[in-house]
Design a protein around this ligand. Structure first.
Ligand code: IPE
Ligand code: IPE
Ligand code: MG
Length: 234
């Protein structure tokens, strides 16, 4: 029997606003709130499935272009998660790691994020990366700039640059590449989701809107991943 070697799952949690519309809610935030509940459940489902690393797309660099009202409500919801729900991560043994460009956040929000990471630093059952104000192109640019500084200062030499070295400049330094990416909501694209880390990931798409995603559906995706690996003889 071929072993499920999936180490790192990426999830593009899409379809919250369509879900809110479908349920006749006047505010799209009802969809984002329901999506947050599904995300917390997902952590538990990943633990049940023995997946050690999970990365979720919570807010992209492009999402800053949404209405001011939606952006500010989304950040209020994220604050609620990082402050009021963080005990659930501690109870589940979920270590929180936020990746992305946090410079546009308020200092208060950055502090809330750092605190959530700090209070879950001894939680090792699931390594959770939350991509927040994250864009793959932005991550690569920030990595290049930071490497460039080390080059100019003489801390690095161009001849020593390898893929492994470059990876240490990424937000995900030290974390294994993604094996499988799930995108809900029907669209079949990556939307700037970790271009470096998903180079060899298998991709699984579903029309299900994110708040309706379930443990059963996670297992359909994991079965797909296993089938791909079996067919490749891995
Ligand atoms: C994903 O759902 C959540 C975020 C991008 C913050 P959307 O808000 O994109 O919902 P749809 O895709 O418009 O339905
Ligand atoms: C991707 O969803 C980003 C997140 C899930 C946070 P979007 O709804 O923002 O992506 P596009 O606009 O459909 O590509
Ligand atoms: Mg969307």
């Amino acid at each position: 029997m071929v072993e499920n070697k999936l180490r790192h799952l990426g999830v593009i949690m899409d379809g919250n606003r369509r879900w809110a519309k479908q349920h006749m809610f006047r505010s799209v935030m009802k969809g984002h709130e329901a999506g947050t509940d599904t995300f917390i459940d997902l952590c538990e489902w990943c633990e049940n499935a023995d997946i050690p690393y999970l990365t979720v797309y919570a807010f992209s660099t492009e999402n800053w272009k949404r209405s001011q009202e939606e952006v500010s409500d989304l950040f209020a919801l994220m604050r609620k998660f990082f402050v009021d729900e963080i005990h659930r991560c501690i109870e589940m043994g979920v270590g929180v790691h936020v990746v992305g460009n946090l410079s546009p956040l308020t200092e208060e929000d950055r502090q809330i994020v750092r605190n959530a990471e700090e209070v879950t630093k001894d939680c090792h059952k699931l390594y959770l990366q939350i991509a927040m104000s994250y864009g793959g192109r932005d991550e690569l640019l920030r990595a290049v700039k930071s490497y460039g500084e080390d080059l100019l200062s003489g801390r690095e030499a161009l001849g020593d640059l390898t893929e492994e070295k470059f990876e240490t400049y990424l937000d995900t330094a030290g974390v294994p590449d993604m094996d499988l990416v799930i995108r809900t909501g029907g669209d079949q694209r990556l939307s700037n989701f970790f271009p470096w880390q998903t180079t060899y990931a298998d991709l699984w798409f579903t029309d299900t809107l994110w708040p309706d995603f379930s443990e059963e559906e996670l297992h359909k995706a994991l079965d797909f991943y296993r089938t791909v690996k079996v067919n490749k003889g891995k």
